[in-house]
Design a protein around this ligand. Sequence first.
Ligand SMILES: NC(=O)c1ccc[n+]([C@@H]2O[C@H](COP(=O)([O-])OP(=O)(O)OC[C@H]3O[C@@H](n4cnc5c(N)ncnc54)[C@H](OP(=O)(O)O)[C@@H]3O)[C@@H](O)[C@H]2O)c1
Length: 391
Amino acid sequence: MHDIAVLGATGSIGGSTLDVIARHPGRFRATVLTAHRQVEALVDLCAKHRPELAVIADPALEGELARRLTAAGVRCEVASGHAALTAAASGQLCDTVVAAIVGAAGLESTLAAARAGKRLLLANKESIVMAGPLLLEAVATGKGALIPVDSEHNAIFQCLPGGRPELARSGVRRLVLTASGGPFRGRTRAELAGITPDQACKHPNWVMGRKISVDSATLMNKGLEVIEAHHLFAAPAEVIEVVVHPQSLIHSMVEYVDGSVLAQLGNPDMRTAIAHALAWPERIESGVPSLDLARCAPLQFEPPDLTTFRCLALAFQALRAGGDAPAILNAANEVAVEAFLGGALPFLSIADVVEAVLAELPAQAVVDVGTLCERDRMAREAARRVLRDAC
Ligand SMILES: NC(=O)c1ccc[n+]([C@@H]2O[C@H](COP(=O)([O-])OP(=O)(O)OC[C@H]3O[C@@H](n4cnc5c(N)ncnc54)[C@H](OP(=O)(O)O)[C@@H]3O)[C@@H](O)[C@H]2O)c1
């Protein structure tokens, strides 16, 4: 029996994870559930999954959470704040942590789980983008495991012998990350001028949280994934390629030196990757229907349009710059996406903000978490200044 902490339980990945867990009551137990501010949604999940601990990140909401849980007849411990999140991720109530908080807010708890030697199922890509070397070091120190949940990385993990081998020794020539192209594939810059947040969040194939949906629309999501693949698989930028595949049925591929290309296919439903990561190295039912290849649309492939979707090019630029440039890119992007979702920034200007902040803060070596968080803060401040100047 695995005891599982679902960090970000009220989100899209959190919901899919709990769906898979509920299908295997003899195998998994959700012992810790966390949310940021959605008290009601967290109470509903606690009533259904009966965890031992519920954590709300916003301390002002702890009292309300406790009252509502009591009113709903749910008996579990209640805690709040980011220290409580970190303690839950590293504590005795779980052996497995699903890191599904969105953004840099997930960094501390992800690192804590890694240091504590948990089986870390990583959806929170921003934490590995920001702190790749520190996170890998924490996993090595904790002697736990790091299993990618992001569908592309989970696909690559499945196509590599033994999950994370040294690429060169395994005869790997290329890692090919597939991208759906998002809701605006094929459009020109001029056609993207008046895009609204609701249009950007309407992804053609996947149902996801709003931040990652915007990232998918700008292709920053693919850029973050390129950096994530670099760290997870020790792959230099030169061997990572992005190909647009609008049907999202091939979730990524590995090409070997003999010309073989191994691909992982399936319906676009995150429960496949989550079930794989939860049960690895075994296989379990996920609730995802069979892929009916005879009925699906022809599979298309095309190169990404880096002129219209500049965020992907900026992510490659940050990866090549090295050091903390990916953390700077990520922080600037989070601020810009929030401004876009709040109606304060045009869609096309997200890339402008990221580019300006990368230029203002040249890469420095990643030393420790404290320094990294300070650089993250500086990048956010610089992004807000760029936003103010643009208005
Ligand atoms: N959705 C996907 O299909 C998908 C696929 C691959 C990777 N991912 C990655 O998985 C992560 C989660 O994505 P998502 O789509 O599930 O996001 P989401 O639906 O927006 O959910 C985010 C979760 O994080 C919590 N949260 C937000 N801000 C927080 C904070 N400051 N402190 C603590 N908790 C916080 C939210 O709580 P509240 O509900 O209370 O706000 C919610 O539980 C992201 O890093 C994303 O890139 C997602």
